[in-house]
Design a protein around this ligand. Sequence first.
Ligand SMILES: C[S@@+](CC[C@H](N)C(=O)[O-])C[C@H]1O[C@@H](n2cnc3c(N)ncnc32)[C@H](O)[C@@H]1O
Length: 275
Amino acid sequence: MTDGVSGRTASYGDTVLLVSKDRKSYVRTLSPGGDLTTHLGTIRFDDLCGQPYGSAIRTHLDHLFYLLIPQVTDLIAHARHETAIMQPKDLGYVALKLGVRPGAQVIEAGTGSGALTLTLAMLVGDQGHVYSYERKAALQDVAARNLKRAGVAHRVSFHARDIAEGLEQAGVDALFLDVPNPWDYLVQARAALSGGAAFGAIVPTINQLIQLVDAMYTGPWFMIEVEELLLRAYKLTQVRIRPDDQMVGHTGFLVFARAVNRSASRSGEAEPGQP
Ligand SMILES: C[S@@+](CC[C@H](N)C(=O)[O-])C[C@H]1O[C@@H](n2cnc3c(N)ncnc32)[C@H](O)[C@@H]1O
């Protein structure tokens, strides 16, 4: 009889999440002879192999940890960050709004620390692909390491270049810009997208937002939307459940649109992007 623990067991090469009773978490890839040393003692990886995920584990000092499969959010939280990264609340919504699904071909720029790259790579599956552009080549090494740990590096091609020089792909299903001046690359973005495909961007300030939306109004963009997500976590004890006193008040403004072909306008009829 099982106690609800899934049948999957940990083995060498797995990237696992180890969480202590006081909720300190560690993401590690299991290697023979390896270990995790924490303030609560040491866990030997050889002892984890063969254990079902969900198992309670004891350190050599007899402190309790749980052996878990990391979610994308855990991999992002524990990845090396060399730039500001997109937050999970935005990542999931962006992927939905862009229509990212198994088999999709998606372009993003810039790669940064690869938080969006990882999210997209998890969602496009082995039939899809992510093309990630970044002008600082060294950053893509960090992103590539994070993807490798998640086992999805083969789903991503990196281009170390400034997107002002153009994008190599055409006819892609979705494109996302997380660069300071996305309005400068709308021509390149439209050229890479297939007709009707989804465009998205994130900008942190209202000044950038106005500049981007103004540029889109005059271009081949339809259904322009601006959105912002607020997420409030809750403090949780058995007898007292209430919102946290503090929250992340702002990450960025999300802009979405569909790439369209401009028609010859009739008098009195608005061009695609116009409100
Ligand atoms: C905020 S970071 C992107 C973070 C990333 N989306 C993530 O979630 O980890 C912005 C990145 O865009 C890159 N960048 C800025 N302008 C660029 C351009 N014109 N072409 C390519 N990369 C660019 C920067 O070097 C930086 O690494």
